[in-house]
Design a protein. Structure first.
Lengths: 305, 258
């Protein structure tokens, strides 16, 4: 297979003129478990500009752990290692816990998959949004409330005053996810990591939530990492896609060229999706090649500086 | 095979009353595969739960193979209709081996030759005899869903109700399960009613599809209409468009259907 290093690791950005917001090289995440070490992320590297970057893969491919490692949200038994992890000129590998706290939620935010579990059930949603604002900026209670209400309006919630005083169990899934987005956007972050933000939502609501994120990238020049298992969604929404398998990046490509993917894993994933315009024949089943888990090693070792 | 008429389900009373399903009717021929699609809260799963007897608060008539179902179901009447649930992580007992899980329906219905039946059904769903004494936590999501299908199939039912059978699975595993389901239907002449929010999955497995919104069927479409997108109702059109992937221009035209 003729796959060069550039292609494997996805270092190219869509806008080469700008310095990347986030630059990661050779990221490893390992977990110590009673059954031995689990090597969840194996040498992932990418640059994120002011763009929509999609990370797709199946469960266990390490896509979520890649996102979490950026914010150092890896679980206690995990260790992160990287030759480079820069955010806006700061080395995140060297950053103290205090620096990380000031970055987390204020300059890099993360949207989790299920709003039901990520919102505090005993606080009204408005309070939670205002809290996120007060935690990171020195603003008065009244000001935080005003901004929270404005933010609820930005995420297209029709009656912000009414929703402000609702508890999480009183809102629908789609609205909960918009509230999460409002909470994450109120600090005006430069980078947003969205881990399966729409997979618990209906398709039409999914579109609305994505369009909000789209606006943020276009209007505020935010960088977005969208982690998803849904190839169709990522290819239609993102600018660039990284395909992960077994903790490695199999392939990096422009989203619009996803149908021309070269790697057999990407091709296999695309083929086994039932298609709306497809026939009733049996779906081709993905055959996994153990070589995918080792390929590129020699390239990386050969190209190491 | 299945006929449902004047069917409705209501929860609660007074001002908290929710009419989950209204004016529902359905007719499925033997050996047919019928799909129900809709967004959350459209009542699609509620219909299945009433048919299988989990929810007995329904009004109207359900006829299976010409016989009307009563609200209080006899054990024998349950045998012919089995259900596969959405989440294989939640639907299998974590402290029972597959052998226990698969024996239970046989014990309830007093069927003999248990060992033989269990080994046969495991083979049919693509699991070897070595799986027989394993626990669910030793299996992957796809293998668990195969066990759930085996549990439904072991009573040799004529109708299988599928409630989002692949939505908790990876796409590569989803393909395997969908292939298994269509192979089993061919081999046993089963009748399927499948509920899903994924139009592509329903379109793949089913020949006729009912689109539900807020407890009512808005439109019944054929698989060909599903492929071409030539649907008449605006709600179906919107759902179909949304399933094509992210499209900013199309989003502007979306509306609420109450």
């Amino acid at each position: 297979m003729t796959m060069n290093k550039m292609k494997l690791t996805g270092f190219e950005t869509s806008s080469p003129g700008d310095a990347p917001l986030i630059s990661v090289r050779d990221l490893h995440v390992r977990f110590a478990t009673p059954k031995g070490q689990v090597h969840a992320v194996r040498g992932v590297g990418f640059d994120l500009g002011k763009e929509r970057l999609g990370i797709v893969g199946e469960s266990g491919s390490g896509k979520s752990q890649t996102g979490r490692a950026l914010l150092r949200l890896t679980a206690g038994n995990g260790s992160i290692e990287a030759s480079r992890m820069m955010f806006d000129g700061k080395d995140l590998m060297q950053a103290s816990a205090k620096t990380m706290r000031s970055i987390r939620g204020s300059r890099i935010s993360m949207i989790m998959q299920d709003p039901k579990y990520s919102l505090n059930p005993v606080l009204t949603v408005g309070k939670q949004i205002a809290e996120s604002c007060r935690r990171h900026e020195n603003v008065s209670r009244a000001e935080a409330r005003r901004r929270a209400l404005a933010m609820l309006e930005t995420v297209r919630i029709r009656e912000p005053e009414k929703v402000y005083s609702l508890y999480p169990h009183q809102v629908s899934g789609g609205m909960g996810q918009r509230i999460m987005i409002a909470m994450m956007l109120i600090t005006n972050p430069q980078v947003m990591i969205a881990d399966e933000p729409t997979s618990a939502l209906d398709v039409t609501v999914q579109m609305q939530v994505l369009s909000l994120l789209d606006d943020m990238v276009r209007e505020r020049g935010m960088g977005l990492v969208l982690i998803s298992h849904d190839l169709n969604l990522v290819s239609s929404f993102c600018d660039r896609v990284l395909v992960m398998y077994g903790g490695r990046i199999m392939e990096s490509l422009d989203a619009k060229n996803l149908d021309q993917a070269q790697h057999p894993y990407t091709r296999g994933l695309l083929n086994c999706l039932p298609r709306l315009d497809g026939k009733h024949d049996d779906l081709p089943v993905l055959r996994r090649d153990p070589a995918w888990l080792t390929e590129g090693d020699e390239v990386r070792e050969g190209g190491a500086t | 095979m299945i006929e449902i008429e004047d069917f409705s389900i209501t929860f609660g009373s007074g001002k908290n009353q929710i009419r989950a399903v209204r004016n529902f009717k359905l007719s499925v021929a033997e050996g047919e595969s019928y799909g129900l699609v809709g967004e959350s809260g459209s009542g699609k799963s509620t219909v299945l739960r009433a048919m299988v007897g989990i929810n007995s608060h329904w009004d109207g008539t359900i006829r299976v193979a010409g016989e009307a179902l009563t609200h209080k179901r006899s054990v024998e009447s349950r045998k012919h209709m089995q259900m596969v649930f959405q989440d294989p992580y939640g639907s299998l007992h974590p402290r029972r081996t597959l052998d226990d899980t698969l024996s239970e329906p046989l014990v309830i219905h007093g069927l003999e030759n248990r060992e033989e039946r269990i080994l046969k059904i495991l083979k049919e769903v693509g699991l070897g005899p070595e799986f027989r004494f394993r626990y669910p936590h030793q299996l992957s999501g796809g293998q668990r869903q195969r066990v759930a299908i085996a549990r439904a199939l072991i009573l040799e039912p004529r109708v299988i109700l599928l409630d989002e059978p692949t939505s908790a699975l990876d796409v590569s595993v989803q393909a395997e399960i969908l292939n298994l389901l269509s192979a089993l239907r061919k081999a046993h002449g089963l009748t399927y009613i499948m509920v899903s929010h994924d139009l592509a999955v329903v379109g793949h497995l089913c020949s006729r599809i009912a689109v539900m919104n807020r407890g009512e069927i808005v439109e019944e479409i054929t698989e060909d209409q599903m492929r071409s997108g030539e649907v008449t109702h605006a709600y179906t059109k919107q759902l179909w468009t949304a399933s094509q992937g992210y499209d900013r221009a199309a989003l502007e035209t979306f509306q609420e259907f109450a």
